[in-house]
Every structure is written in structure tokens, then in C-alpha cells.
Design a protein. Structure first.
Length: 197
């Protein structure tokens, strides 16, 4: 299992992916051991930042030691680029294939669930199998976590393009009606990710 942190930040005016304050945060995360990082802004909302941090370097989030002496307090530094407190999801996956983030566009869906979670998982696993058959899909993963007493499904899908996802979704909408019945709410965005080097 690999824990992947998905950090979602509402960016302040004048802050973008190349801003020195954000570059410094990525540099600090790399010094803390998170050498594999991905980041980008959704096509649907360029004032947001999606920062993906796979904890696949031999330690878990609880073991992360932030280089505070050199880079300052993480939460204070994030507030320099954010308009509000960031949202963070710690998602366990059975692996984090490079294709999820290296695809031209990565779909991120965050769904608050209702009803039978086990039935949802069965339906979602079938959906992931279908996605793996689609030529426009590079890779797909999902996991269900608990956030604030609710079950939340976090889904990552690497696509050729946002349009390829839309066409595929239109052509396969009947197959996924069952999944929608388990959703209390959902957000979905498409992010062209960059890799921290």
C-alpha cells in the first residue's frame, strides 16, 4: 500500500504554479523526502492547485519531518499562497503507477458517499475495470477514506485529454448510473500535472 496525499489549495490572487512561495514549498517537501511530487491547476478552475504527494519513499505521512528551520512552518508557508485552509486527503492505494500523473490530463473526483459503502465499492471496482479497457485511459485508481465521519471516495484517472473523458463518459453513461446513486456530493476536475524535478 502507498499513501498518497492530495492537497487542494485555493490560490491567492497573483499566485500561480511558478510563484517563488510555492516553488519553496515543493523544494522543502523534496528535502523532507517527498522526491516524487506532481502539481497542476484544473482546466476548470486555474485558481486552484492540486498537489499530489506519494509517500512511496519508505515512510508514512506521520513520519514526515518538515525542514522547519530552513523553510519555516509548513502551515504558515501554505497560508502565503492560499486564500483558505487547504483541503488534504490521505488516500491509500495499492500502488501509485506513474501513468496516473504522467498522462496528459489527470481526472480527480472526490465523492462524498451515502448508503451501502460495500455496494459502492463493488460498483466502483467494476467501473475501474471498464476504465482500464478504454484506449484513452492511461491508468485508474480509487480508494474510500473516512473524512469527518463520512465516507469519501477519491478517484484518480489518467486520460489522453479532457475531451476523451467526456466522449467516453457520454458513450458509457448507462454503465455508471448505479455509482451516481451512492453519491451525496461530488467534485470532478481535470488537471494537466507537472512533475517536481
Amino acid at each position: 500500500m502507498v499513501t498518497v496525499e492530495l492537497l487542494i489549495v485555493d490560490l491567492r490572487d497573483g499566485v500561480d504554479l511558478q510563484s517563488p512561495a510555492y516553488n519553496r514549498l515543493r523544494e522543502a517537501a523534496a528535502k523532507a523526502g517527498l522526491t516524487r511530487q506532481y502539481y497542476g491547476s484544473p482546466i476548470e478552475d486555474t485558481k486552484k492547485l492540486y498537489w499530489v504527494l506519494p509517500f512511496d519513499q519508505g515512510f508514512e505521512p506521520k513520519d514526515l519531518v518538515w525542514p522547519e528551520q530552513e523553510y519555516g512552518n509548513f502551515f504558515k508557508e501554505v497560508q502565503n499562497i492560499a486564500t483558505a485552509e487547504p483541503i488534504s486527503y490521505f488516500v491509500p492505494f495499492d500502488g501509485f503507477p506513474e501513468e496516473l500523473a504522467a498522462a496528459p490530463v489527470t481526472e480527480f473526483a472526490v465523492c462524498t458517499l451515502k448508503g451501502d459503502v460495500e455496494a459502492y465499492k463493488k460498483a466502483q471496482e467494476a467501473a475501474i475495470e471498464e476504465l482500464h479497457k478504454a484506449p484513452a485511459v492511461h491508468e485508474a485508481r480509487y480508494s474510500v477514506i473516512e473524512v469527518g465521519g463520512k465516507h469519501v471516495s477519491v478517484i484518480f484517472v489518467g486520460w489522453d485529454s479532457m475531451e476523451a473523458h467526456q466522449v467516453w463518459g457520454t458513450n458509457n453513461s448507462e454503465k455508471f448510473q448505479a455509482i451516481a446513486s451512492f453519491m451525496e456530493s461530488a467534485t470532478l476536475v481535470h488537471v494537466p500535472l507537472k512533475m517536481q524535478v
